[in-house]
Design a binder for this molecule. Sequence first.
Ligand SMILES: Nc1nc2c(ncn2[C@@H]2O[C@H](COP(=O)(O)OP(=O)(O)O)[C@@H](O)[C@H]2O)c(=O)[nH]1
Ligand SMILES: [Mg+2]
Length: 426
Amino acid sequence: MFIKQCDDDNSIEFLHRTDIKIEQIENVKIEIESKAEMERIDEKINIKYCGKPKCEFLFAYYQPEQETKANMHFRSFVNLAQALDRTMVLTNVGSSRINSCQNFTFGFYYNIKALQDMFPDVKFISQKDFQNWLKERRRKPNTEHAYILPGESNYKMELLKPYPDILRTKHCLNRFDFNLNDDTVFKQFYTGKKFTRDPIKHQQFADFLVNNLRSNIEILLTSHFVFHPLFPNVSSPIPYANHYFDEAAKITNRIKPYVAIHWRMERANISMLNECSNVLVKRITQLRESFGIKSVYLATDYPIAGGKTQSQTFHLLTEDHHNAMKLLNSTFNVNTWASSNIFSSLRNDETIEKEFLGAGMPGIVDKLVCMDADYFLATPEGCGRAQSTYTTMIIDARNASMQIGERPQLKNIVNRWIKSPGDEEN
Ligand SMILES: Nc1nc2c(ncn2[C@@H]2O[C@H](COP(=O)(O)OP(=O)(O)O)[C@@H](O)[C@H]2O)c(=O)[nH]1
Ligand SMILES: [Mg+2]
């Protein structure tokens, strides 16, 4: 019976030696029995956290872009978790980011129930529960690491020298009690050039990724620097948590009927800003006359509440930006998230107040107010970042509402307040 339990060669060799005392054999027996006992305990812990004797997680601990893009990237990794039949960790959020260093649970930004409905086959676990699972585990689980990059002429994968220390310090992975060390397998993938242009190539890359990440490792850690979806089938954005809808409704109910302007000032042509503001003022005046619009709502990455810009990639803020805003503000009573007393019940907490004044929470409220607006004006070329996924998400939501007859107040989907050649009226 004892021999049967020995599944490693050292123990068998040990048994064949003649110089071993009885108590040493007893010690080995205890060790082996305790190993089996630990396995049993770990199985119970696994069942508690993932419903199975063995857990297999996917932990996409870092999304490289801000909220709208991070939302899309996160869905790519849910697709991957689904293809690999792994439980997806709901990474923390904050400051318009999704990554393991943030302070807030995923549910602070997103509606987890809606995410589950979008991906009924995928199991999810919160970052906190994932950490608790790791803490409880007797034998700490092993990891494998995958990093995905754009480029190279065709898709490929290579094995790299492990870099666990960077991940521990830079991505806060020292907060997780798993084995991440020089024995961990580190895979690096390249997507190949323009891999999303052709749906067949796109699918081939996705299959390559999935096939090379199939393993029975307990934890698959992933990160990337790819700006496109990893899989060709892209689902709609993960809906925001209910409290954003509640706060947005407080604003819209107070100001309707209203025109919402999304002015994404990042990357504006500085010499155009004055004209951008002038034309916008004229346009709003016309709209008020022709559509009986009462109020003006401004959503912008300009720091309307003072301090830093609302986009972390918006660095060049000049006197021209300030003057453009002054002109708008001196002409109309402009409503913004900063002039609306939103989230008042949450803001006595210092961490939430910091988040509230940063790029995350106001960005989500602004987006929802723009989706509901009677009339929507978006940033024209030259006045800022006209090609913005943030704006696109608003346009897509308004477009969908028009199609299904929801939001009957909508008078348009989107217009740019200065027309470029090729702009369509809608
Ligand atoms: N509060 C606020 N923040 C904005 C607005 N527009 C952009 N931002 C910020 O800038 C970020 C833009 O990044 P992202 O969402 O990836 O969209 P994109 O960079 O425009 O494609 C958002 O997540 C917000 O943090 C806005 O109208 N209001
Ligand atoms: Mg961005």
